[in-house]
Design a protein around this ligand. Sequence first.
Ligand code: NAD
Length: 498
Amino acid sequence: MRAYGHFIGGQPVAGTSGRTAPVWQPMTGEQVATVALATTAEVRAAVENAKAAQRDWAAVNPQRRARVLMKFLDLCNTRADALSELLAREHGKTLPDARGDLQRGLEVIEFAIGAPQMLKGEFTSDAGPAIDLYSMRQPLGVVAGISPFNFPAMIPLWMCGPAIASGNAFVMKPSERDPGVPLMFAELWMEAGLPAGIFNVVNGDKEAVDAVLDDPDIKAVSFVGSTPIAQYVYARATANGKRAQCFGGAKNHMIVMPDADMDKAVDALIGAGYGSAGERCMAISVAVPVGAGTAERLLDKLVPRVESLKVGPSTDASADFGPVVTAAHMEKVKGYVDLGVAEGAKLLVDGRGFTMQGYENGFYVGGCLFDHVTPEMRIYKEEIFGPVLSIVRRDTYEDALEIVNAHEYGNGTAIFTQDGDAARDFAARVEVGMVGINVPIPVPLSYYTFGGWKRSSFGDLNQHGADGFRFWTKTKTVTSRWGSGIRSGAEFSIPTMK
Ligand code: NAD
């Protein structure tokens, strides 16, 4: 069985803590590896290596740094099959979906190759008598990323690409549930010519995370995961004086207006609700049909589609979705379906009993669909993170908007309509960070920023886009005057432009 350790100072190193966690292959339910759980001392070793390497990396000009990213991009594309297979094996998503996970991450590497442009400062000549004023963006030093299980390629790449391109050294703490791909990235960074110590991986659990949050040499932390942990990481990192951006959970609503094209709305709900077994922070987990008869028209088409979803092992490229990540998560998802029934929601499609022939020990849950869900129910309030879609009926557009705005999460949302007025109004008034208009999973492209509102995000700056570079750099502003411009005599009043 494979034993994953860490990657520190340019090489793989075995764990020394004696503590490990199992890594499963969800499609068969077998354990395929162990992963070492780092101690505080092992995190410290990564930080020391990073610190020793960072100053020289920051001194490399941005264009040369960008060339290392180009080479890394090229290597990842060449090894895309191996990366996607490893990802699908440890996560459980299907191979085409795993390929998409990698691709969306690489698109941020493509964007980060534009670092020379993104890192340019501002300049004003003659801002005052013989005074030139300019600003520059400088790296923070050693920085860290802590990622969730559900996008083991995309999210580490979103974090490390702009950070490394900006001249920082990076310590990655991936999810302990699927650590294989970030370790493979470490090898590829080395092959691409990144100096040793600039990209490190420490595997671990709370002990490693706390060590990152308390280490005085780590200047910034980017976290993605569940809301309680995001809030904890934000509080502890910022209390220790670090810059932090922490992205949390979600409950994404899709409003279906009476004038929507029902076939297209159903296609959208099927993909966004059940793709990746619902284990996406941008999955649609609530559909809100608006007005008399809309729910019936929607359900007439939706129910047979949910009943005929094809669940399969990750290796079956024709499957709609694969297993969920662990046996514990499978039980949690089924437990939420039990709860929904107990709370009085109407279970129209029940996937709890699904078993995959030939893969009886895999972590499978079939597609589930609830109707008559109300905002008071826990299955509505809480994130299930599984293939479970809830229908919450609303009489009017205003009622529908109100429940979206009242929900504690505000990651993504969508409206399906043919009415431009309604769509414009929704985009303007909805209290959610990412909005789709006839687009069910509105994940912005790499040159825009990604981030939710309310309890889906803690901190100010989003991921990738311009915010990616802002988060990983600090601004310095220089006011300069030379030679004959320098005045004689002391000035005691504050200089102004009067
Ligand atoms: P998680 O919160 O369990 O784990 C995320 C990271 O935190 C992992 O690296 C884990 O090792 C660490 N961690 C877990 N428990 C900890 C503790 N007690 N103390 C310190 N660190 C701890 O999340 P997950 O189950 O891996 O991922 C799924 C969650 O991530 C969902 O809630 C999903 O919505 C969210 N997510 C959000 C976004 C976003 O951009 N908003 C994107 C992807 C996933």
